[in-house]
Design a protein around this ligand. Sequence first.
Ligand SMILES: Cc1cc2nc3c(=O)[nH]c(=O)nc-3n(C[C@H](O)[C@H](O)[C@H](O)COP(=O)(O)O)c2cc1C
Length: 185
Amino acid sequence: MRKDFGARTWFYPLPVLIIASYDEKGNANAMNAAWGGIYDSNRVVLSLSADHKTTENIRARKAFTISFGDAAHVAACDYVGLVSGNDVPDKLKKAGFTTHKSRFVDAPVICELPMALECRLIKINEDGNIIGEIVNISADESVLGEDGLIDAAKLRPISFDPVHNYYLVLGEKVGNAFQDGNALK
Ligand SMILES: Cc1cc2nc3c(=O)[nH]c(=O)nc-3n(C[C@H](O)[C@H](O)[C@H](O)COP(=O)(O)O)c2cc1C
């Protein structure tokens, strides 16, 4: 037997994207977004409410970074999703996050979160969704594996579980993509 739950915004896995941006005066801000993902090759889409400080910032500076929330910073990642930079200008400081300017786009990179996509705004589409181009991906050495690439087991990115409002940790390898299915050919 299957149980029906009706129309809900339930999806696995939902990311915990920490979107960082500068306002017109150069103040850094960040928010938590679960509704976002890859839109096309080298492009991302974010579904952000128009009244967020982040949305205003991205419109003004035409750039943003996306860091992946990780297990080491759960409370800070949640906090930036609970309060607005419109009300708390030093929100990042309260979260315990520091930033440096991206070398590639006009947006801050959160130093404490080890992996970031550095993006330039391409457009805001007719539904108000933000489309960005990934200009660079940077990662702290601490999350690199022996092959020099990002090791998810070291990064420990978290996922938002919309069914129970939990954060779950990712990282366990259970297979090889584009390979394991060959066994069934
Ligand atoms: C788990 C989680 C996921 C969220 N996902 C989104 C989202 O996808 N889109 C959105 O507009 N707001 C989302 N929010 C709410 C914003 O992060 C929140 O309103 C934040 O205060 C906006 O900050 P800002 O005004 O400083 O930009 C989410 C919050 C949490 C805790």
